[in-house]
Design a protein around this ligand. Structure first.
Ligand SMILES: Cc1ncc(COP(=O)(O)O)c(C=O)c1O
Length: 384
């Protein structure tokens, strides 16, 4: 693998020049190139109906881009308004029956997904929530122990948004398939930082979106749906962008082939423009290369934190974590605010600690700078 000069690539990200920005898990820094796309979109807005064909062309270009990112076959990706919307379209198309009515989730999944899957109880499903026994990581064995022929769906996050714990997903997929269940994998926190090859993974549905490690701004979710599964599921609340021939405005709904049948009405066009450069950056740089760089930076970050005995609330093994490190810092919200005033951007969720996510173009010096400032703030807070 040729070495990548991340220092030169850094020039493509204006935010990285202005701030010590370590928050790719929430909003990845937008590449400079996106500004040109956004400008093109703004200009197109003044074209009125003449913009429609231009927008549709750009929209169509987005599918092969996402398919390339995921190594997904042509036609196996749907574009949605959010990752939750993508999962909702799949959930609605799966009916519970007396023999198979269970859904498995975990307590480390993203809140939005948990709301969605828990709400399926209203439709006759039973929910099983697997909890992280050590509070940090879900063991695949704990999930597999719950999988039997009563399970319809295993709906779990590959990488937890809370502490970046990463599931050992392959054995879970195998166990689910052996029991006749499907796996809906929320890989949002992995997109653009951990290589996802949906074909070799064998998951049934993989969802993600653009605003985190893909550095593409908000408003665009997507779902890979395994082609034969897509054909078996009938959409329950489709729209014209799910039709085989949207422009035919036919009387009856004929589902599109493949994943597009899970789409709905007119898509948002602005995120189609905003997100292209970030996805292209991930493809051009190589997600495997980005992953290796992330491991280098997060390992260094952990070493720096260890020097000051800052608890690490993310699994230490690079194979068991995503791109983020959760630092066990007390009064995290206050510390995050003070760091922001010093030009350092990180964040906190549920007062668990501070989430730190190095973009591949961040540096070791920036990781060290963050830790030193956390220590200084903590000392000042104690003394004060
Ligand atoms: C693991 C995970 N899934 C999903 C999402 C976002 O879902 P949605 O696009 O529905 O807002 C997030 C955002 O924080 C996330 O961390």
């Amino acid at each position: 693998m040729p070495a990548i000069d991340f220092n030169s690539l850094r020039q493509q990200f204006p935010l990285l020049k202005e701030r010590t920005y370590l928050a790719s898990h929430t909003l990845g820094p937008l590449p400079q190139k996106a500004a040109l796309d956004i400008e093109a979109y703004t200009k197109s807005l003044y074209l009125g109906k003449r913009a429609l064909s231009i927008w549709l062309e750009r929209y169509e270009q987005m599918f092969p881009l996402i398919e390339t990112l995921l190594n997904a076959p042509t036609g196996s990706v749907a574009i949605t308004a959010s990752a939750t919307a993508a999962q909702a379209a799949i959930a609605a198309a799966i009916q519970p029956n007396v023999k198979r009515n269970r859904i498995i989730v975990t307590d480390l999944d993203f809140s939005s997904c948990r709301y969605l899957w828990k709400s399926q109880v209203q439709r006759g499903f039973d929910l099983i929530e697997v909890v992280a026994a050590d509070g940090m990581q879900i063991s695949s064995a704990d999930i597999i122990a719950k999988i039997d022929d009563r399970v319809a769906v295993v709906a779990v996050s590959l990488v937890s948004y809370l502490n970046s714990a990463r599931l050992d997903i392959q054995p879970i997929i195998e166990a689910a398939h052996a029991a006749g269940a499907i796996v809906v994998l929320d890989a949002y926190q992995a997109m653009g930082v951990i290589p996802i090859d949906v074909t070799s993974l064998g998951a049934d549905v993989v969802v993600g979106g653009t605003n985190k490690w893909l550095c593409g701004g908000v408003g665009l979710g997507f779902a890979y749906v395994e082609p034969s599964l897509a054909e078996q599921l009938d959409p329950v609340y489709p729209g014209w962008f799910a039709h085989l021939q949207p422009m035919a405005f036919a009387e009856t709904f004929t589902p599109a082939t493949g994943a597009r049948r899970f789409q709905q009405g007119t898509p948002s066009i602005e995120p189609i423009y905003t997100s292209r450069a970030g996805i292209q950056f991930a493809i051009d740089t190589g997600v495997e290369q980005i992953h290796q760089r992330n491991i280098e930076l997060t390992t260094y970050l952990i070493e720096c934190a260890d020097l000051y005995n800052i608890p690490i609330l993310t699994p230490r093994s690079p194979h068991q974590r995503g791109g983020t490190v959760l630092l066990g810092v007390e009064q995290a919200a206050t510390v995050v605010e003070k760091l922001a005033a010093l030009g350092i951007d990180v964040d906190t969720r549920s007062s668990l600690g501070i989430r730190v996510s190095p973009h591949p173009c961040n540096t070791k010096q920036e990781c060290q700078h963050l830790i030193e400032n956390i220590v200084n703030i903590a000392l000042r807070t104690k003394l004060g």
